[in-house]
Design a protein around this ligand. Structure first.
Ligand code: UDP
Ligand code: MG
Length: 320
């Protein structure tokens, strides 16, 4: 019989956990397979870990890990993928925005032979600004990367164990999982679903965390921003050249230019200030973009472990 692993990253989710246990157990009863649920406590400051540990004592199919601090959602899911033992691995959020009842639809596609089944959001019930930014981001990324990135697909997905093995072998530290999933290839398909509202508790993805995730997606999967410096440089040079030609002609053909109202005069100061500021801005933007890439190279070169485990229940971390 095949075995399904479900990975649930949890950060300060004490309010939603009892609901999660009930909904996932009820959904799992319909799968008619062996299963395990791997909950990764991403350094919560509330009672999340105590509740998870109690759940493991009640039902050993609920296996849990606790990080030594908050390492972030993508890292928590990466750790889950590392310890999953199932033939297919499903990733869901703890807040029940990805309904556990939908997992059976993902399983159906997997049984049809697809190795990656991701769920795309038909609609989302997030704040308007978040919806708008997410909409813009997915479309921008689509244009910046040669990979066929799916629009409006989050981390809610099913991965065959072959794909999980490839993902686990990827050594990078900036883990934009939905990008890595696309990069892996294999036979991929999608299933549409209605993203629910958070069942309880408050969102743990702050604006800063979401922005960092978007940046990771952009800089890990595209080098187009690096080329931006070249394009901006070219555009500025062309403008400067045209300006120089114009000024030269204005002096030489002063009479003809005067007919059109152009009179050369000592009004060069604003032009000078504007060009200096403009060029300064362009240079700083380009430096910033270089910095983003260099910072990421630095992170990779340091080679620190992706996560540190403080405690576990039902899982024996090999390194501890
Ligand atoms: N999460 C996490 N670490 C974090 C932030 C969030 O493990 O630093 C988990 C959180 O517990 C939830 C999932 O990631 O299971 C999605 O978070 P949230 O619901 O806050 O994000 P949103 O749905 O608002 O994008
Ligand atoms: Mg959520």
């Amino acid at each position: 019989m095949s075995k399904i692993s479900v990975i649930v990253p949890c950060f300060n989710e004490e309010a939603v956990l009892p609901k999660l246990f009930a909904r996932v157990d009820a959904a799992a009863a319909t799968w008619k397979t062996d299963y395990e649920i791997i909950c990764v406590d991403d350094g919560s400051r509330d009672r999340t870990w105590a509740i998870l540990k109690a759940q493991n004592e009640k039902d050993s199919r609920w296996r849990c890990l606790c990080f030594a601090r908050n390492f972030g959602h993508q890292t928590a899911v990466s750790a889950g993928l590392h310890f999953a033992t199932g033939d297919a691995v499903v990733i869901i959020d703890a807040d029940l925005q990805d309904p556990p009842e939908e997992i059976s639809r993902l399983l159906e596609k997997w049984r049809e032979g697809f190795e990656v089944v991701f769920a795309t959001r038909k609609n989302r019930k997030d704040p308007l600004l978040k919806q708008f930014l997410a909409w813009g981001f997915y479309r921008l990324l689509e244009n910046l990367t040669p990979l066929p990135m799916a629009r409006d697909a989050g981390d809610f997905c099913l991965l065959d164990k072959k794909v999980v093995a490839v993902m686990n072998a990827l050594p990078e530290r900036n883990r934009y999982l939905r990008g890595l999933r696309t990069w892996c290839g294999f036979r991929q398909t999608s299933v549409e679903f209605d993203r629910a509202q958070r069942a309880a508790g408050v969102p743990q993805y702050t604006f800063k965390k979401s922005f960092r995730l978007a940046m990771d997606g952009m800089f890990s999967f595209s080098t187009v921003p690096l080329r931006l410096a070249t394009y901006l440089g070219l555009a500025v040079s062309v403008c400067a050249f045209l300006g120089a030609v114009f000024t030269f002609c204005e002096k030489v053909f002063a009479e003809q230019f005067a007919k059109f109202g152009f009179t050369p005069g000592p009004h060069g100061i604003p032009t000078l200030v504007i060009s200096i500021l403009f060029l300064g801005g362009v240079q700083l933007i380009c430096l910033g973009i270089l910095g983003e890439y260099i910072g990421r190279i630095y992170e990779e070169v340091k080679g620190r472990p992706l996560w540190v485990i403080r405690e576990s229940a039902g899982i024996v971390p090999p390194e501890n």
